[in-house]
Structure formats: C-alpha cells, structure tokens
Design a protein around this ligand. Structure first.
Ligand code: FAQ
Length: 330
C-alpha cells in the first residue's frame, strides 16, 4: 500500500530512497508495525499532522455534545433521558482522552481550545446540522456514531501509541452509542404513522451529512497519502464511506425506511453498493463556517470557555499552593 501511494500520490510522499537516514529509520519502524511514543524522534510533519487530526477529533467529540445535549431535557421517558445523558457524558470523556493524547505531542490544551474558538481548527462537519426532532437522536446514534465507529476501529491500530490507546477505550463506548441510536430508530419505525414519518425524515436529513463525515473524495483529500504512509490513517476516505454504506443500507431496509438515494443499488460485481456522492459544495461550505449551526456551535463553545475561566484560575491557584507547600516542606 505504501509503495502504491508513493507512486500515485504526487502529494509529496517521499520514497524510502529520498528520505534522510533518520526519516528512513522512522518510516521503517512504522512499516514494521512499531508504535511511536511521545519521547521518540519523529518528523515535524508527523507531529504536526497528528496534532491536527487528534485535535480536530477531540473538538468534534466536545462540539458533538451540543446537538444531543439539546434533547436531554425533552427525552420522552426517564430511561431514554438516562441513556442520552450517559452518552453525552461519554463524548466529553472521549474529548478528554484525545486532548491528553494531543498534549503528549507538545501542544497545550489551552492552545487547542484557542484554535477551536478562533476558527483555526476544525471539528466534524456533521455537528453543524440541527437536531429538530426526537427521531434525530436515533439518526445521530445510528448514522453519526455508526460512521464514527467505521472510522475509529481502524484507528486503534494507528502508529502513534497514545492515540491508538485512546481509540481502544473510545470504540468500546461508541458501539453502545450506535446500538442505542438504532434502538430509538426501531421504536420509531415500528410506532405510529407519525413516528415512522419522523424516523424517515431524520434519515432523509442525516444520510448525506453522515457520508460527508469521512471527508472529501480521495481525489480531493489533502492529507490521505502522507497520513496513510505514516499510519495516522489506516484507510482512505472513500474506502470507509463505501464500507459505511454497505453496512448501513441493509439496516435501513430492516427498519422499513428508505435511504434518500434513488441510485442506491447492490453491485454484485464490486461486492458493494453503488450510491450517490454527497453534495461536495455543501460540504466545503459547511467546513468554511457556513453550515446551518456553525455560528451557534462556536458561540456555545466560546461562552463555555469564558464562563469556565474562574474554574481554571481556581484549579491553577490550588495546584500552585500545593506545589509551594511541598517545596517549603522539603
Ligand atoms: N468535517 O485531507 P482530508 C465523533 C477537512 S466522530 C470537517 O481528507 P483528513 C463521535 C480536513 O480536516 C467525528 N472537516 O483530511 C461523535 C482537511 O482540512 P485541514 C470526528 C473535514 O484529516 C459522535 C480537509 O477537509 N472523527 O465526533 C471533514 O486526512 C456522535 C481535507 O480533508 C474524527 O475526527 C469533516 N467531516 O481526513 C461525537 C476521526 N473531513 O485540516 C458526538 C479522525 C475532512 O487541512 C456525537 N479523523 N475535513 O484544514 C480522521 O479520520 C480524518 O481527519 C478525516 C479527514 C477522515 C475526518
């Protein structure tokens, strides 16, 4: 795969012969399946790319709490409320594991938050869409967490040790998230006519944005070739999108719902579904900041940051006091 990418990428992936000895030794460790740990030597580009991907992933988990948090007070039963609360709390935990993994690369959490708040770093496009009905909680769990798992299971084998280990913990919880979403969809799809309509409407709105989660097509992807050579990514965007459609289309059929894509068809020859591409203009517009909820999401994060200032100051003052007391006792 590495040799193939070097040949076909044209996007600056060096061959082993072109690398200096230190880079070559590093690449050979990666090719051999070694894990890279924080104190190991690594190329600047590897460090930078990891900070970008892990940081954006962490931000996605944190911003991703907002669309579901919107429904905690309106969950239809106590049980559903408890489940949704637990799920949203899990996402906060995922963000924290990932920020810790990013910090091992030499960036501080404050710097990461600053880059989220000033728009220099991205978070997943999907969280810029609104959650309009309870059925959207089903669609988010089923499709959004389903897409997240498809992407994250291979990342458990990623080359950077702290990232791979964070992904193992995260994937355990994401499976429960996907199941709870599918369970909501089952109830709605088998409920009253009005409930079934809500479930179909949620699928209609979330289908294409979920396909966009995997990133632009391989032809447009900027980072894939180098990230795959470094095993920061284990699959291309299009490979994962195809796997997601192959897994999800039969689930929609089982629910008695219709995927909003008239071209969706099983292709015996390729052993997978043919399907329509999302509207890539919409995708690029959303990641530029022009999605339906970008402004609300960023305002919510900035407000939380400002309102949490006194907590951060108190924690730092407490840590400083403890440090001074320890020094005085020595
Ligand atoms: N949204 O060159 P590529 C979750 C950007 S799961 C926004 O192909 P790459 C769980 C990309 O950053 C969701 N931006 O990029 C949950 C780059 O721009 P840059 C998060 C996107 O990195 C569920 C440009 O486009 N999962 O949150 C998106 O090789 C429910 C060119 O693209 C992860 O982050 C997008 N969808 O591939 C939480 C997984 N796609 O940075 C709550 C780890 C692309 O140069 C509730 N990340 N861009 O300015 C990855 O696997 C990769 O980063 C990809 C993108 C596959 C997302």
């Amino acid at each position: 795969m590495y040799a193939q990418l070097v040949k076909s990428s044209g996007k600056g992936v060096k061959s082993l012969e072109e690398m200096d000895p230190q880079e070559r030794a590093f690449q050979q460790r990666i090719d051999a399946g070694d894990k890279i740990e924080p104190k190991d030597w690594m190329p600047d580009g590897y460090r930078k790319n990891l900070i970008r991907q892990i940081g954006q992933h962490a931000h996605s988990e944190i911003v991703g709490q907002l669309p579901e948090g919107n429904w905690i007070t309106r969950a239809p039963t106590l049980e559903r409320k408890a489940i949704l609360l637990a799920k949203v709390q899990d996402e906060a935990g995922h963000g924290l594991y990932l920020y810790c993994a990013a910090e091992t690369l030499g960036v501080t959490r404050d710097e990461l938050f600053e880059m989220l708040n000033n728009g220099k770093m991205k978070y997943s496009s999907i969280f810029n869409y609104p959650t309009l009905t309870w059925a959207d909680m089903g669609a988010v769990g089923w499709l959004v967490d389903g897409a997240a798992i498809m992407n994250q299971v291979p990342l458990q084998r990623t080359s950077y040790g702290p990232y791979a280990r964070a992904m193992i913990r995260i994937c355990k919880e994401e499976s429960f998230h996907q199941r709870q979403g599918f369970d909501i969809m089952m109830k709605m799809a088998n409920g009253s006519e009005a409930q079934k309509k809500m479930a179909q409407d949620a699928l209609n709105r979330f289908w294409f944005p979920s396909l966009m989660m995997f990133g632009p097509s391989d032809k447009e992807s900027v980072h894939s070739a180098q990230s795959m050579a470094w095993k920061i990514k284990m699959n291309t965007n299009d490979e994962l999108r195809q796997k997601f459609v192959d897994q999800t289309a039969p689930q929609a059929e089982y629910l008695g719902l219709t995927v909003p894509d008239e071209t969706l068809r099983w292709n015996e020859e390729k052993g997978g579904y043919d399907f329509a591409e999302p509207d890539w203009n919409e995708f690029f517009d959303v990641i530029k900041g022009n999605g339906p909820c970008n402004t609300d999401r960023l305002n919510a994060r900035r407000k939380a940051w400002d309102e949490g200032a006194w907590v951060r100051e108190a924690m730092l003052a407490h840590a400083e006091k403890k440090r001074a007391a320890k020094l005085a006792a020595e």
